[in-house]
Design a protein around this ligand. Structure first.
Ligand code: HEC
Ligand code: HEC
Ligand code: HEC
Length: 409
């Protein structure tokens, strides 16, 4: 009888012990992990809704169409107010809702699955403490056949390996912490690892970079020419914390990652990320031989560069440290894909503003002044001047980018 009572008491107290919103250390940990997981970037409410970071509705662009992020405030009707810690863990670990319906991997559960149950419970406890917001989100925006959620069963079989990340005993504690953050809550590979046509990650090319929403998410593995192999650990930390190094600034999708996520991480966690990334195998193509300086295209591009760019980026491409990015020894310039370069020249750019780097200088647009052929020549020059070496730029890529930027995503 006593044993039974004890068992009953244990069973009753078990859920409370798992995710208890009165346990402030757990809530504080959960709040931090929500920052690491960048939940707000996707789940913040769209305009017009009661201001909440978690009320959802923002359309997330995927290869199949737009998917709206869910309301994850504790509202019982439109949010996850009725969910238990087990329901939440099932969503994070298996990508399934309490009724068994499949979630789309636009919600990065293929990465969150690698988190510990303890960390999932902490995030859930934190989410219980934010005010419930009534906001019904249209969850079925995809075109047929992708709107059939059961299609995700096949997708999961092909591309999804559930389960917590196990530490590698041969590596240091710092390396393992970095692996956990990058491969788990930080889900850096969502953008930086090339996807196949069905939106699955090609793990054999992890962190080799890809084009993404009209930008390039660059190589961030150990490759010295293309990745962060030649960056110091301090450089990576500074970039992730402030959105800038002496030679480059985070723009586009990475500006948001810095603003909502990495700028709020601890120094120790950022160092761990840097240590892990620099140790990733150097993937990506070997640099080609640079175009000869006297090739007609190089001459045409050089003339355009002197007229339009040299005043700011300097004749030798070195820019002004901390103010105007360098175009040499800058991996952005030599990535295999040129979407970012074409975009920056066509529309100009303004990068991340963080507390540590509040003033984001802007670059003006040249799309009205330069035609597609001129932009292609100019960029071919930039990619092959001052010791740079990268494939020349085809005019059709500039044209595509201009069309995309005019039309919107
Ligand atoms: C890259 C964008 C993105 C990020 C980052 C993201 N989510 Fe989501 N999340 C989504 C989208 C999109 C959906 C809706 C998926 C669907 O309808 O299948 C979703 C759905 C969910 C759901 C399911 C809710 C329901 O009612 O079905 C939960 C729970 C959730 N997210 C929690 C989180 C948490 C916690 C974090 C941070 C650790 C997070 N998400 C980060 C995009 C994101
Ligand atoms: C939403 C997509 C996205 C996610 C998620 C993302 N990144 Fe990025 N990242 C980018 C893009 C795009 C750029 C290029 C920014 C630019 O051109 O200014 C970038 C740039 C970088 C760079 C600079 C590379 C260079 O050569 O200048 C580093 C380092 C980096 N990311 C690390 C990370 C880490 C670490 C994570 C996970 C914590 C992460 N990123 C998550 C999209 C993303
Ligand atoms: C008025 C000064 C100015 C001029 C002229 C200018 N730029 Fe920029 N450029 C900037 C600034 C400032 C940034 C950083 C913007 C930011 O990220 O906020 C930048 C960013 C860039 C970047 C992104 C680098 C990175 O690391 O993310 C490229 C590429 C670039 N410029 C190329 C060019 C080219 C090519 C031209 C000539 C067509 C040009 N710029 C003309 C000021 C200028």
């Amino acid at each position: 009888m006593r044993a039974l009572l004890l068992l009953a008491a244990l069973l009753l107290s078990a859920p409370a012990a798992r995710a208890d919103n009165q346990d402030w250390t757990q809530v504080a940990r959960g709040r931090y992990l929500a920052v690491v997981g960048d939940c707000v970037a996707c789940h913040k409410a769209t305009e017009g809704v009661a201001a909440s970071d978690y009320a959802g509705g923002r359309p997330i662009e995927t290869p199949f169409g737009m998917i709206n992020a869910a309301n994850i405030t504790p509202d019982v009707e439109t949010g996850i107010g009725r969910w238990t810690p087990d329901d939440f863990a099932q969503a994070m670990r298996e990508g399934r809702r309490p009724d068994g319906a499949h979630l789309y991997p636009a919600f990065p559960y293929p990465w969150y699955t690698r988190m510990s149950r303890q960390d999932m419970d902490a995030i859930f406890a934190f989410l219980r403490t934010i005010p419930p917001v009534r906001h019904a989100v249209n969850r079925n925006t995809l075109p047929f056949p992708f709107r059939i959620r059961a299609a995700m069963i096949g997708w999961n079989m092909l591309f999804f390996t559930p389960g917590e990340l196990r530490p590698d005993p041969a590596k240091s504690e710092e390396w393992n912490r970095g692996a956990y953050l990058v491969e788990g809550p930080g889900h850096c590979g969502v953008c930086h690892t090339p996807m196949n046509a069905l939106g699955g990650s090609r793990s054999s090319e992890a962190f080799a970079g890809q084009s993404l929403q009209g930008w390039i998410a660059p190589n961030i593995g150990g490759n010295e020419a293309l990745g962060v192999g030649a960056w110091g650990v301090d450089d990576v930390v500074q970039y992730l914390r402030t959105g800038a190094t002496a030679w480059t600034r985070a723009s586009g999708p990475m500006a948001e990652v810095v603003e909502y996520s990495t700028s709020g991480m601890t120094e120790a966690d950022l160092r761990a990320i840097a240590v892990y990334l620099k140790d990733r195998p150097p993937r990506g193509p070997a640099p080609p031989a640079p175009l000869a300086a006297d090739a007609p295209r190089m001459r045409a591009g050089e003339a355009l560069y002197i007229d339009n760019c040299a005043a700011c980026h300097r004749r030798d491409g070195a820019g002004v440290a901390g103010m105007i990015p360098s175009l040499k020894d800058n991996q952005i310039t030599v990535q295999p894909g040129v979407e970012t370069l074409a975009r920056v020249v066509l529309t100009g750019v303004r990068s991340a503003a963080t507390d540590l780097e509040p003033t984001a200088p802007g670059m003006p647009s040249f799309g009205w002044r330069l035609d597609d052929q001129q932009v292609a020549d100019l960029l071919s020059y930039v990619r092959n001047a001052w010791g740079n070496a990268a494939p020349e730029v085809d005019v059709s890529l500039v044209r595509q980018q201009r069309e995309r930027l005019t039309r919107g995503p």
